[in-house]
Design a binder for this molecule. Sequence first.
Ligand code: TF8
Length: 339
Amino acid sequence: VSLLALVLVACGGSDDGDQNGENESASDGDGKTIRAGIGLNQDHPQYKGLLKFKEIVEEETDGEITVETYHSGQLGDDRSMTEALQLGNQEVTVPSTAPIANFVPEFSVFDIPFLFPSEDVADEVLQGEVAQGLLDKLEEEDLVGLAYWENGFRDLTNSERPVESIEDFEGLDIRTMENDLHLEAFKALGANPTPMAFTELFTAMQQGTVDGQENPYATIYLENFYEVQDYVSNTHHVYSPFVFLMGKQFYDGLTEEQQQIVSDAAKEAGQHQIKLNREANATYLENLQEEGMEYTEISDENRQEMVDAVQPVIEDFKDQIGPDVVDGIMEAVEKAQAE
Ligand code: TF8
């Protein structure tokens, strides 16, 4: 017998979960595996959050559920991984809300530029009724939204010039996420945007296909964007939430107890992820400068010009997003701000 055959036999025969398996449902005798994939790399808080999820789920289910984690787009980009969840080819991913809007358009409400003034307001709004209601809409798309995690406030980098005011956007080739509102907002600012999956971004910057991109400092630093980008500005133009997604077919196949465990774990791991993410975003601007990037601060006055320039885009997209959702989130922002 060849070594390979021995290995195959050993793997095929390792159903030892069955021996203690007086299970509630027929399907969980062999144990279940969650393939959890994300776009960012192993150093990013997004991945640390995923490891936390794995730890909690494997412990709480006594190993009935195993979580395999994949980073750096090993399983695909936000959009293709979300599709894989729908098809049952993958069980978990944690995309930004912007690409989720291709599945549930209401999620584009978070692409409204300058919507959240602070992380505190974001926390409050995302825990609120309207934002939680958006998670429920995912079920119609065979997805289950278990929790909001955090990507964070997005800041602009490029290889051409310091961006200090709206005039400096003129003609910059900027990669944007695959989201129409996001794209139109950059046009309104005067840039020349190209939507692209995150997995293609580094090469595009390296080869000069695009001049710049926008992401939180944690991503800019941990993905080594400073190697191919010279300038960074604190535009803070959008706060990107992440959503912890599970495929609905898979979720429905779990026992009630398991559903509770994965749901609680997604939330608890999210708290951990958000904490690490905030530490990272607060730290890494300094590291970027140490790596040689030139930092430009946007004055309140100059930022207001950007806010004004994107207003027509928000109006144009209001119907598409859903006027109730837009108004609901904006009211929640005002309420949170007043507190
Ligand atoms: C983007 C997003 C991404 C994340 C991640 C790859 O720029 O900010 O960094 O959604 O999953 O595409």
